[in-house]
Write a protein that binds this ligand. Structure first.
Ligand SMILES: N[C@H](CCC[C@H](N)C(=O)O)C(=O)O
Length: 293
C-alpha cells in the first residue's frame, strides 16, 4: 500500500483520461494499478497522465503516460489538454512547459477554454518511428491487410509524433472498416517493433479529414490527439491537404496546424468528470465526497 494520490477523471473529446497528481513523492503509477483502474467500469480510461515534479530546468512539470494495458506511451495529445485544464484550475496560470518522453512541450489554455498543445516536430525516419526495415520514403510504405490482390487497407503513411503512427487513407466512410478486427493485427505487425497506433483517414477537403484510431495499448478510442496530428502531417506531406486541418475524430473536431517552424500544434477541449484518490501501487480508489476540497 502506497500513500494515496489525488486524481481527476477527465476526457478530451471522449478520450478517457485519468490525471494523477504524483507531485511531492518519489514513486510512480505502477502498471498493475493502471490495469486495475482500467478494468473498473467507473474509472475505465485510455491513458493515465501522471504529473511529477520537474526534473529538467526550464520546465514546470514532468509528465509520464501509461496506456490502459499498463504500457508506457511517449505522447498523448488529448491527455495533455486535460493536464493543462487541471493545472490551470489549480494554479490560475494559463501556460505551462512540460517534459515528456517525447520531449519538451509547451501548452496553454485560451480565453474560450480551448487548449493548445505544441506536440513538437514530426519524425519521418524509419528508425525513428520505428519500422523493422528500411523505407526511404515513409509517405507510403508497403503494408496491407486483406487478400493480396484486393487489400482492404494498404500503403499507409507512417510517422512518429513521439509515438508511432500508421495512417491508412480511404476514399469512403471510415466507419465502414472493421477497425476492431484489423487494428490489433496492425498494431502488432512485425513491421512495427514497438507496435503502432493505427488510424484510418478520409480526406473530405483541403482543410478537413475524418479519422478513426485503434490505439496501441488502449484499443478503439473516441479520440486520439497524436493520431490527429499524425494524420494532418501525413495529409500535407502526401499533397492531400494543406498544413492547417480540422481533423474530426469520433468524439468531435480537433484543429491541427503544422507550422512553418515544423512544430505541430493541436487545439481542442478538455472536460472534468470527477475527482478521487487512488493507490498508485494497486489501483484501489475512492471518489471524493461531493463538495470536498
Ligand atoms: N490518446 C492519445 C494517444 C495515446 C498514445 C498511445 N496509445 C501510444 O502511443 O501507446 C492521444 O490523444 O494522443
Amino acid at each position: 500500500m502506497a500513500q494515496p494520490a489525488a486524481f481527476a477523471k477527465m476526457n478530451g473529446l471522449g478520450n478517457e483520461i485519468i490525471v494523477a497528481d504524483m507531485r511531492g513523492r518519489g514513486d510512480r503509477v505502477l502498471p498493475a494499478a493502471a490495469v486495475a483502474l482500467a478494468a473498473d467500469p467507473a474509472t475505465r480510461f485510455d491513458q493515465i497522465m501522471a504529473i511529477h515534479d520537474p526534473r529538467v530546468g526550464g520546465t514546470d512539470y514532468h509528465v509520464e503516460i501509461l496506456n490502459a494495458d499498463g504500457s508506457a506511451a511517449q505522447a498523448c495529445g488529448n491527455g495533455m489538454r486535460c493536464v493543462v485544464q487541471a493545472l490551470a484550475a489549480e494554479t490560475g496560470r494559463r501556460s505551462f512547459v512540460f517534459a515528456t518522453a517525447a520531449g519538451i512541450l509547451e501548452a496553454r489554455e485560451h480565453e474560450d477554454g480551448l487548449i493548445s498543445v505544441d506536440m513538437g516536430r514530426p519524425r519521418f525516419g524509419w528508425q525513428e518511428i520505428p519500422l523493422a526495415e528500411e523505407f526511404r520514403d515513409t509517405r507510403m510504405i508497403e503494408l496491407q491487410v486483406g487478400p493480396i490482390d484486393a487489400p482492404v487497407l494498404h500503403s499507409p503513411s507512417v510517422v512518429s509524433m513521439g509515438n508511432p503512427h500508421a495512417v491508412f487513407w480511404v476514399e469512403d466512410d471510415v466507419n465502414a472498416y472493421d477497425l476492431a478486427r484489423f487494428g490489433p493485427l496492425l498494431e502488432h505487425h512485425p513491421m512495427f517493433p514497438e507496435r503502432a497506433n493505427i488510424t484510418i483517414a478520409r480526406v473530405t477537403a483541403r482543410d478537413a479529414m475524418t479519422i478513426r484510431t485503434w490505439e496501441r495499448g488502449a484499443g478503439l478510442t473516441r479520440a486520439c490527439g497524436s493520431a490527429a496530428c499524425a494524420a494532418a502531417v501525413s495529409g500535407a506531406r502526401t499533397g492531400r491537404t494543406d498544413r492547417q486541418v480540422t481533423v474530426t475524430v469520433p468524439g468531435g473536431p480537433l484543429e491541427i496546424a503544422w507550422r512553418e517552424d515544423d512544430h505541430v500544434v493541436m487545439t481542442g477541449p478538455a472536460e472534468w468528470e470527477f475527482s478521487g484518490r487512488f493507490d498508485p501501487e494497486t489501483g484501489a480508489w475512492e471518489r471524493d465526497t461531493e463538495g470536498a476540497a
